[in-house]
Ligand binder design. Structure first.
Ligand code: HEM
Length: 452
C-alpha cells in the first residue's frame, strides 16, 4: 500500500538520540572516524534519531517510511546549502538543480534514459569488456577497483559518445574524472571554502583536471553539432531532446554540465559496484559457482547482448545484494525548508535531515542477518517480503537516480562477460575495507586472474 501523508504523520514513531555525544563536538568524531559503523548503529535508537554535529542538531531518518516521506516531499525537504556549493562545481545540472528548474530539466532529459534507449546505448558494453579483458594475462594480479574503473570509463565513453574518443583520451578523461570527483567531495564537505582557493599542488591539479575534462566533453559536443547524424548514443539523444511542452532544447553549456554530471555521478558508483561484486564472488565459492553455471547455460560461450539479461536472474540478484551490502551512495542529506513535523518531532526550518542507504540496508529489522551475503533474498516470494523502501541504492522521489537502469544493465553485462571466461581470486592476505568517501569505495583489492 502506498504511504499516505497521514500514515506518516499519524502513526507513533520512536524518537531517539544517538548515544556518546562529546562536549562541543557531539557525534562529529564518530561520524568522521567510523561513519559506517556509527550510522548502522543508529536505527536501534529510534525511527528518527537525533545526532549532534558540533552545536547543530541533525536527524537521521532511520525508518524506511520516514526516509520515503523526506524524499517524496522535496518542497519540504530541500537539497540545501551543500548543493549550492556543488552547483558552483558542476554547473546547474540535474543533480544539483531544485524545484521548478529541476522538474524542467528532468522532463527534458528523462526520455534519454528510457529503457528502450538503453538497449541501444549498451550494445557495445560486452564487446568493450571482451577487448579489455582479452589483454589480461592468467596469473597476473590486478587491483579490481582500478581495473573496473578503467573498464567502466571506456564503457561510459562509448555509451555517451559511441565513437570518437581514442583510448588515450578515454584514459586521460578517467584520470581527470578521479581528481575531479575527489575534489568535488572535499570542496562540498569543506566548511569554509578558503582552502580550495589557495594555489596548492592539489588545487592546481583539480583546476587542471576539471578544465581538461570539460574541454574533452566540449570538443565532443562541438563535433556532433556539425552533423545531424543520430549515432544512437546518449549524446545524440540529448542533442535532440526537447521539452514536451515548451519545445526547448539544451544549449551547449547545459549539455556540457549534464554530461560531466553523468560522468561524475555514474562512473565511480558503477565501477565500485562491479569491484564489490567480483570481490564477493571470489570470496564466496557457492555464489561464484552459481554465476558460472548461469552464464554457461544462458550464453554457451557467446558474448552477451541486452536480450540475454532476462536469462541471467541470479546475476541480477547478486548485483542487488551487493548494492544492499555496499551501497555506493552510503549517506545523503536534505534540509527542512520550513518548520515541519517529522517522526513525531517538531523540526525547525534549516535542520539537516540525514538518510543513509547503508544504515537501512544493515538494519536487522529490515534484513535478517544483514551482514550475510544472500542473493536469494531477491528471488521470488522472499523478495516480496522486503519492507517497502528498505532497499534504496538509487534513492527515491524526484531526485531518484536517472541512471539506475543504465547502471544495472551495464553491470549485469560486464559481470556475465567477465564471468564467462575468468575466475578472480582475492590475493591471499587481502581484505575488504570499504572506504566511505563521496561514494563507498572498495579500497585496495588485489585479485589474481585465472582463466576458466
Ligand atoms: C550503481 C550505480 C549508481 C548508483 C548506486 C547511483 C546512486 C544514485 C543516488 C542514490 C542518487 C540520488 C541522490 C540523492 O537522493 O540526493 C543518484 C542521483 C543521480 N544519478 Fe545515480 N547512481 C548510479 C549510477 C548512475 C549513472 C550510470 C548515471 C548517469 C549516467 C547516474 C546519474 C545520476 C544523476 C544525474 C542523478 C541526479 C538525479 C536528479 O537529481 O534528478 N547515476 N544516483
Amino acid at each position: 500500500m502506498l504511504p499516505s501523508k497521514t500514515s506518516v504523520t499519524d502513526r507513533s514513531w520512536r524518537a531517539g538520540t544517538a548515544p556518546g555525544a562529546l562536549p562541543l563536538l557531539g557525534h562529529v568524531p564518530a561520524l568522521w572516524r567510523r561513519p559506517l559503523e556509527f550510522l548502522a548503529s543508529l536505527p536501534a535508537h529510534g525511527d528518527l534519531v537525533e545526532v549532534r554535529l558540533g552545536p547543530a542538531r541533525a536527524y537521521l531518518a532511520a525508518h524506511p517510511e520516514l526516509v520515503r516521506h523526506v524524499l517524496l516531499n522535496p518542497r519540504l525537504f530541500d537539497k540545501g546549502g551543500v548543493f549550492d556549493k556543488a552547483r558552483q562545481l558542476l554547473g546547474n545540472s540535474l543533480s544539483v538543480s531544485r524545484g521548478e528548474e529541476h522538474r524542467f530539466q528532468r522532463r527534458l532529459i528523462q526520455p534519454a534514459f528510457h529503457p528502450t534507449r538503453i538497449a541501444a546505448y549498451t550494445t557495445a558494453v560486452a564487446a568493450d569488456t571482451r577487448t579489455v579483458t582479452d589483454a589480461w594475462r592468467a596469473g597476473e594480479t590486478r587491483d579490481i577497483g582500478d581495473a573496473m574503473h578503467s573498464l567502466l570509463m571506456r564503457v561510459a565513453a562509448r555509451t555517451l559518445f559511441s565513437t570518437g574518443l581514442d583510448e588515450a583520451t578515454v584514459e586521460e578523461a578517467r584520470q581527470c574524472l578521479r581528481t575531479v570527483s575527489h575534489g568535488i567531495y572535499k570542496r562540498t564537505v569543506a566548511p569554509l571554502g578558503i582552502m580550495e582557493k589557495l594555489p596548492t599542488p592539489a588545487n592546481r591539479a583539480y583546476d587542471h583536471a576539471n578544465a581538461r575534462l570539460r574541454q574533452i566533453v566540449a570538443d565532443m559536443i562541438a563535433v556532433r553539432r556539425r552533423s545531424d547524424e543520430d549515432h544512437g548514443d546518449l549524446l545524440s539523444t540529448l542533442l535532440r531532446a526537447e521539452h514536451p511542452e515548451t519545445g526547448q532544447k539544451l544549449d551547449d553549456g547545459q549539455l556540457l554540465d549534464q554530461v560531466v554530471t553523468f560522468l561524475v555521478a555514474g562512473s565511480e558508483t558503477t565501477a565500485s559496484t562491479l569491484a564489490f561484486v567480483f570481490h564477493l564472488m571470489g570470496r564466496l565459492p557457492e555464489v561464484e559457482k552459481r554465476v558460472h553455471a548461469e552464464v554457461d547455460a544462458a550464453l554457451g560461450g557467446r558474448t552477451p547482448v541486452h536480450e540475454d539479461l532476462p536469462a541471467l536472474p541470479y546475476i541480477r540478484n547478486v548485483i542487488t545484494e551487493t548494492l544492499r551490502l555496499y551501497p555506493p551512495s552510503w549517506m545523503a542529506m536534505r534540509v527542512a525548508a520550513e518548520d515541519v513535523e517529522l517522526g513525531g518531532r517538531k523540526v525547525p526550518a534549516g535542520t539537516m535531515i540525514l538518510y543513509s542507504p547503508y544504515a537501512l540496508h544493515h538494519n536487522p529489522d529490515l534484513f535478517p542477518d544483514p551482514e550475510i551475503f544472500d542473493a536469494d533474498r531477491w528471488a521470488g516470494e522472499r523478495a516480496a517480503q522486503v519492507p517497502r523502501g528498505a532497499l534504496l541504492p538509487f534513492g527515491a522521489g524526484s531526485h531518484k537516480c536517472i541512471g539506475d537502469v543504465l547502471a544495472l544493465t551495464e553491470t549485469a553485462l560486464i559481470v556475465a562477460t567477465v564471468a564467462a571466461r575468468w575466475r578472480l581470486r582475492p590475493e591471499p592476505g587481502s581484505a575488504l575495507r570499504p572506504e566511505p568517501k563521496a561514494t563507498l569505495e572498495p579500497g585496495p583489492l588485489p585479485m589474481v586472474l585465472e582463466r576458466r
